[in-house]
Write a protein that binds this ligand. Structure first.
Ligand code: MOS
Length: 724
């Protein structure tokens, strides 16, 4: 049996609350947690087949055209099996979820550090030494510049409504500023790795990937094989943050090398290779124009963004994604411009778009608050629109006002607006800042299979991944809730393309989309049970392994004599167009800036978030904590630097690319508005919360620095040289 739902109408059934097993939404521990902390959860490079060979990339020292590869010394080394120079290595698999893998010209090098060959040897150390011995000759070739120059290329889009210029002219208060954010690296804890093994024409690849059903098509396309002959296993993933949405060079290379050698081949990237040869978030330039009346009510908004990517890539950072609907203001110009550069491929890094777009916009809103003499929280309250002002459609729910109020109360927001730079403690200057959080909410197609056994155990199966986010826990809870079973009687199998295709993990859609598929599959199982008992499914209660109907309580084993299985299938439908769906929140931060050194310490930070039904209070909170920690990095230290001469990444490891460490992260508090339900989003009325915590977090800190010092940083990160 398959239960298939397209979200064409708001599904107002509230089955989960009716059942009230008390499993869903609780802060249940992750069932995979003990496996992870005891080293029993195998990551991609840890399940090494007998006789596995190791591959290490030879990478391009400069951009141009490969004229020759001298691998004689490498091949002569003891233990080297082969040097793979297959042209398919030079394809640049599309980042993102599209099934496309644009073929770049033969032997062309588009960015410094691009993999161009793979040395395969019996040990990793031999392969690495041999790879370093390969001589590479690269000739000049016509290439894009290494730094953004011509932003007004043909890749330019601008939409407008009303007359922004007039609104700016007539406004009582305006802001018109240019801001910049640097490139970022996802820097997942587990570097990208793959092990490939062929059996005839069938390939099994163990990888570290986020979106298996898409990855299967991408990799098959890159290799020129039928996706049916490819199985991908990715049961545990040590973080992705977008860098594993698409297949990266290691998967393609391992597969080709395993084919050539007839042996399993593993390719594990070093940290430097992750920085240089997977992907980055684009740097952005953003011009924000705000026009407001004397009370701070917006009459016009302009948001133009300039980003970059390689010449043939279709993706570009969707910086202005939430600008059309976050605030009121009838006159609008929104622009998007893409420069073509010879740098590492730009792709999705945690909350692509809003992470940098809302951050900059919320700095501009703080500037408006100061210019208008209005408390920044109050300024936002005054600008919450009743409907999506661009599309003129209703919000499925808009919790921004509640998040602002609850957040301000929880943080103890000082709305007395002291003069910037007026609060001191010894040599430390103290300031508070805040920002709104906004992230679009989407639903993705997903399938899952649920099997209920007569002994009161259940099995959930989908190729959904758990990238550290809590999928195992959440899907366990949904099945336990729906089937009336204790969570420890539910087993969840993920990360295998042989299982029904889930949504994958990306764009904050994973828990609610794959979760909806599990929900619907459970509904199918319930219908089969109801049928067996001769009652309507709506009259059936499942609790503690018992089926209850007509005042009779029957053990499951007496209702069914064999496993009962159902497939759940969720698809987005018309509701995604009929209403504006988004998640909301508010950040508050207090910083101390040292008046001698310019060093900024975040003293405390708070976030209040709303995302429909919260599926697991602990994993949701953890996502928000992680997002806000990213925000500290974005505000103060994170900056991927490129050499202006050849475009190479200068700070390509965690010693030089500074992410926040424990000492940089204060006690962060997170408040989840647990009561919210959004009936338009999916049958569970849940929304994605994974990325919400980074969408504007850095602005709260930058705004607090302004309050502390009077210095307005518009060029992130706010390093001490910019604050002094
Ligand atoms: Mo996210 S950047 O879609 O993993």
């Amino acid at each position: 049996m398959t239960i298939h739902t397209r979200m064409d109408d708001a599904d107002r059934r509230n089955r989960l609350d009716d059942m009230a097993q008390g499993v869903l939404s609780t802060a249940m521990d992750r069932p995979d947690g003990p496996l992870k902390v005891s080293g029993r959860a195998p990551y991609a490079h840890e399940v090494q087949p007998e006789g596995m060979l190791h591959g290490v990339f030879v990478r391009a020292p400069r951009i141009g055209r490969v004229v020759s590869l001298d691998d004689a010394a490498a091949r002569a080394m003891d233990g080297v099996e082969t040097v793979v120079t297959d042209d398919r290595l030079l394809r640049n698999p599309a980042q993102g979820t599209a099934n496309e893998a644009p073929v770049q010209g033969p032997r062309e090098v588009f960015y410094v550090g691009q993999p161009i060959a793979l040395v395969v040897a019996r040990t990793f150390e031999t392969a690495r030494a041999a790879a370093l011995s390969v001589g590479v000759e690269i000739a000049d070739a016509e290439r894009a510049p290494v730094a953004p120059q011509d932003y007004d290329s043909p890749d330019k889009k601008q939409s407008s409504q009303g007359d922004l210029d007039a609104a700016m002219r007539d406004a009582a208060v305006t802001v018109d500023r240019m801001y910049t954010t640097p490139a970022h690296s996802s820097a997942p804890m587990e570097p990208h790795a793959a092990i490939a093994e062929w059996d005839g024409d069938r390939l099994t690849l163990r990888g570290s990937l986020q979106m298996l059903k898409f990855n299967r098509n991408e990799l098959a396309d890159s290799l020129g094989i039928d996706p049916k002959n490819l199985r991908i296993l990715s049961p545990y993933v040590g973080g992705g943050f977008g860098s594993k949405l698409g297949v990266a060079p290691e998967a393609v290379a391992a597969a080709i090398a395993a084919q050539e050698t007839g042996r399993p081949v593993g390719v594990a990237l070093s940290r430097q290779q992750v920085f240089e040869a997977t992907m980055r978030r684009s740097e952005t330039r953003q011009r924000v124009r705000l026009a407001a009346d004397a009370e701070g009510r917006l009459t016009g908004i302009g948001h133009d963004a300039w980003v970059s990517n390689l010449p043939d890539e279709s993706y570009s950072e969707p910086v202005t994604q939430a600008t059309p609907f976050t605030y009121r203001g009838e006159n609008r110009v929104i622009g998007h411009h893409v420069a073509r550069v010879s740098r590492t491929c730009a792709g999705s890094v945690r909350a692509p778009g809003e992470a940098v777009g809302i951050t900059v916009f919320e700095i501009a809103m703080d500037e408006l608050a100061h210019a208008a003499g209005i408390d920044p929280v109050e300024l936002r309250r005054r600008n919450i629109p009743d409907r999506d002002p661009t599309k003129d459609i209703p919000f499925s729910s808009n919790m921004l006002a509640q998040a602002l109020d609850a957040g301000a109360a929880a943080f103890g927001w000082d709305d007395s607006r002291p003069a910037p730079g007026s609060r001191r403690e010894g040599e430390w200057m103290i300031g508070q800042g805040m920002a709104s959080a906004v992230r679009v909410n989407n639903l993705a197609e997903a399938k899952a299979r649920v099997t209920l056994n007569p002994d009161g155990t259940a099995l959930v199966e989908t190729d959904m991944t758990d990238i550290g986010t809590g999928s195992y826990a959440i899907l366990t809870q949904i099945a336990a809730e729906m089937l009336g079973l204790p969570p420890e009687r539910v087993e969840v199998r993920l990360g295998d393309t042989d299982l029904p295709p889930g949504s994958g993990s990306g764009g904050s859609v994973g828990a609610s989309s794959s979760g909806s598929a599990v929900f619907l599959a459970c509904q199918g199982v319930r219908e089969r049970l109801a049928e067996a008992m001769g009652v309507a499914e709506t009259d059936l209660t499942l609790k503690d392994g018992q089926a209850i109907a007509d005042n009779r309580s029957t053990p499951l084993g007496d209702v069914i004599d064999g496993p009962v299985e159902a497939l759940g299938h969720i698809e987005p439908g018309k509701t995604s167009k009929a209403v504006r769906q988004a998640t909301w929140g508010a950040y508050f931060a207090e910083v101390a800036v040292n008046s001698v050194t310019g060093e900024t310490r975040v003293r405390r930070m708070h976030g209040t978030f709303a995302a429909g039904r919260i599926l697991n209070a602990k994993t949701a909170r953890s996502q928000c904590l992680g997002g806000m920690t990213f925000g500290i990095g974005m505000a103060l230290t994170e900056e991927l630097m490129h050499d202006a001469r050849d475009g190479h990444v200068v700070n390509r490891d965690l010693a030089e690319y500074h992410i926040p460490v424990n000492a940089d992260v204060p006690q962060i508090t997170v408040e989840l508005l647990m009561e919210e339900r959004d009936p338009w989003t999916n049958p569970m009325q849940a929304k994605g919360i994974g990325e919400l915590g980074i969408c504007g977090a850095a602005a709260a800190i930058v705004n607090a620095i302004h309050q502390a010092t009077g210095v307005r940083v518009r060029d992130l990160p706010a390093t001490l040289d910019k604050v002094m």
